[in-house]
Design a protein around this ligand. Structure first.
Ligand code: S3P
Length: 188
């Protein structure tokens, strides 16, 4: 079974897209690309500044342009921002020649992983948990719809998630291959 040109990680803030993406890329010998970090580098400013000055809409325009550019790259693992699924025009860019992995994570884990973070403007509210719940309600169906693989990450170390993903993407043993055929598009 051959490896896909690109693996795209989608999922909410705090799902571990960057950590898992970097480790997965190393494991597969792929290049790791993080859409948010590249936007920041190009812009010379961090995401809170972009939201402040250009609004969420300005950020989303930059994000769409970035996804368009990065969807032309091969041999890559691409970590996307949690809201990348919100614009329908991004969907073909995310899907093109890619295996899309949804890192599905409980609200509790998202809260735990993001509570000290000042770099996520949408969570700078009195009720970040409420925000995460509302975003999840809207976005979970979109992540699910786009995903080739749904990977549950709760109570799993990044290392275990990466091992399960590698087995799923490039099954080596006949047993792993049978398992993948049986599961089809699945929850791991
Ligand atoms: C956002 C998620 C962030 C970043 C921006 C908006 C969102 O990325 O793109 O703050 O809309 O969920 P992470 O998912 O990497 O935190």
């Amino acid at each position: 079974m051959s490896l896909p040109k690109r693996i795209v990680l989608v999922g909410p803030m705090g799902a571990g897209k960057s950590t898992i993406g970097r480790m997965l890329a190393r494991e597969l010998g792929y290049r790791f690309l993080d859409s948010d970090r590249i936007i920041e580098e190009r812009c010379g400013a961090n995401i809170p500044w972009i939201f402040d000055v250009e609004g969420e809409d300005g950020f989303r325009q930059r994000e769409t342009a970035m996804l368009d550019e990065l969807s032309a790259e091969s041999g890559t693992v691409l970590a996307t921002g949690g809201g990348a699924v919100m614009r329908p025009e991004n969907h073909p860019m995310l899907k093109k020649d890619s295996v899309v992995v949804y890192l599905r994570t409980s609200i509790e884990q998202q809260v735990e992983r993001t509570c000290k973070d000042r770099n996520r403007p949408l969570l700078q509210s009195d009720d970040p948990e409420g925000v995460l719940r509302r975003l999840f309600a809207v976005r979970d169906p979109l992540y699910t719809e786009l995903a080739d693989i749904i990977m549950h990450t709760d109570r799993k170390s990044p290392r275990l998630v990466v091992r399960q993903l590698v087995n799923r993407i490039n099954p080596k043993t006949p047993r792993q291959q049978r398992q993948v055929r049986k599961e089809g598009r699945n929850h791991v």
